[in-house]
Ligand binder design. Structure first.
Ligand code: SF4
Length: 490
């Protein structure tokens, strides 16, 4: 029997075809490029749940196989115990795991807690927390549980850790029983529709509704349904009415957009890049921009790590800890030096990082980064954490030069596919440098790897290997900027 869980239901509300594919043809279902990031979010979610569970005394953690969880839940319900991960399956094919189910001795009903790792209640199409808890409540009621109060629990955005975690300050409880009542009927109808969709033997694999949506709004299964749409398509450039017109005319390849099709200046440039295959480089402006650079040039890149539950004093929920930097210094004589720092303990991670940077970044010279708001933003946070370095960090921020800005409008290449990301620019300008051979290839992998060395039980050998991989990755980020700048100058 196919069961419908809360996650499945959410997916159904976004796209019926996606859920059908996942359930009926899992071999064709595309996991997606963000799966590593999503896995981290799920892991974070469990940590928040576990932390919230500590606010209940005498709660029972339900662990085991799915069958064991269901059987144990039945026993604990009879014993009227507070249950973490109470698990239910219904005859209709519904499945739910409840974060916390608390027996209220006064009302003799069960209070339902749905824990979220964010810092607000969301009600948009992709994250509708009220729908989530309404689904859980419906499953409980169909399982014969009398539900009392319903709470959505999220983290406080204002809480700053200072000593032991203050769980009362950290969590915000919202009673949403009335909000659930408002949407209960419609949710029941939607659940039935989702269950009915499991009875369909086949869906039309030719096309899907997101063909009219811009690129970023499509799911990873899009290409399966729309193989005629190239990887870089008109949906990367247009949206709304204009995209609709092109789709209705079966125009997906940017090269096929008619000359007289209404487009803004930047849209027209992007079309011309693909049609001609010739880069558009405004040499004079690039030269002028680069003339702002002052030697020695410091190429700086940070890696950061955050968790929903603050793990250090002075930190808020999800605040990023800067655990690594790579710094290349290019002298006027062309001499290149490399420095780096990778934290190996939590307590002194950022203090030692800034101290190390201060010993290497002198009072004169531009600080080159890629996407300045990231490094500048972290520096502002570091100033608050370590006011003794405020002057130094303010000075660094005042000397920041964002190399990415050159690739926003003055150096455009058809192979950048409309992006100014270093991951797109590097293979075109400096193909001999590549992230492909590295064990750590992107920021998400770096977060995961460093978190492992700090919070998981890993052997010294494994830790040493991870640290080596992290250093190589971050070094490439700054070396890439050095070589891109050299290419531009030449
Ligand atoms: S891209 Fe297609 S399959 Fe994916 S969510 Fe949109 S309509 Fe569904």
């Amino acid at each position: 029997m196919l069961y419908l869980s809360k996650t499945d239901f959410k997916e159904f509300l976004i796209c019926q075809k996606c859920l059908w594919l996942k359930k009926k043809r899992p071999e064709d279902y595309v996991e997606g490029e963000f799966s590593a990031f999503l896995k981290k979010l799920i892991k974070d979610g469990y940590e928040v749940e576990e932390c919230f569970q500590q606010t209940f005394s005498g709660g029972f953690s339900n662990i085991g196989s799915r069958k064991e969880l269901i059987e144990k839940t039945k026993e604990l319900i009879i014993q009227q115990k507070t249950i973490f991960q109470a698990t239910f399956e219904t005859e209709e094919g519904l499945f739910a795991k409840i974060d916390v189910l608390e027996f209220d001795k006064k009302s003799k009903k069960w209070n339902l807690y749905e824990v979220k790792s964010g810092s607000s209640i969301k009600t948009d199409l992709f994250h509708n927390h009220i729908k989530d808890i309404a689904f859980q409540k419906i499953v409980l009621e169909k399982s014969g549980i009398e539900v009392g109060k319903n709470f959505i629990v999220h983290l406080s955005k204002d809480y700053i850790k200072n000593g032991d975690l203050d769980l009362k300050q950290l969590f915000v409880l919202n009673e949403v029983s009335d909000k659930i009542a408002d949407i209960k009927e419609e949710t029941e109808i939607e659940i039935q529709k989702a269950l009915d969709s499991f009875k369909i033997d086949d869906v039309d694999l030719k096309g899907c509704g997101c063909i009219y949506r811009s690129h970023g709004q499509r799911c990873d299964c899009f290409n399966l349904f729309n193989p005629q749409v190239p990887e870089y398509s008109t949906a990367h450039i247009f949206k709304g009415k204009k995209l609709e017109t092109l789709v209705n005319d079966n125009i997906f390849d940017v090269k096929d957009v008619p000359e007289d099709f209404e487009a803004t200046k930047i849209q027209r440039i992007k079309i011309d890049l693909q049609k001609t295959g010739i880069p558009q480089i405004n040499q004079e402006t690039v030269r002028e921009t680069l003339s702002e650079l002052v030697y020695p040039i410091y190429f700086l890149d940070y890696e950061t790590f955050g968790k929903p539950i603050p793990f250090l004093d002075g930190y808020k929920t999800n605040q990023q800890l800067v655990f690594q930097y790579s710094l290349h210094i290019l002298g006027k004589d062309g001499k290149l030096q490399h420095f780096e720092y990778l934290a190996d303990n939590l307590e002194n991670a950022t203090r030692d990082l800034v101290k190390s940077m201060k010993s290497q970044i002198g009072p004169v010279g531009s600080v080159v980064v890629w996407y300045e708001s990231f490094e500048k933003g972290r520096n502002k946070e570091l100033m608050k954490l370590h006011p003794e370095f405020k002057d130094f960090l303010e000075d660094v921020n005042s000397r920041v030069f964002d190399l990415m800005k050159v690739f926003k409008k003055d150096y455009l290449h058809p192979d950048f596919k409309g992006s100014a990301s270093i991951k797109k620019v590097l293979p075109v300008l400096v193909p001999e440098l590549s992230y492909k051979e590295l064990e750590v290839q992107n920021g998400t992998m770096a977060i995961e790897a460093w978190g492992k060395t700090m919070f998981d039980d890993v052997s010294e050998d494994e830790k040493a290997k991870i640290r080596k991989d992290l250093l190589k990755y971050c070094e490439l980020d700054t070396l890439a900027m050095v070589e891109i700048l050299r290419k531009l100058k030449s």
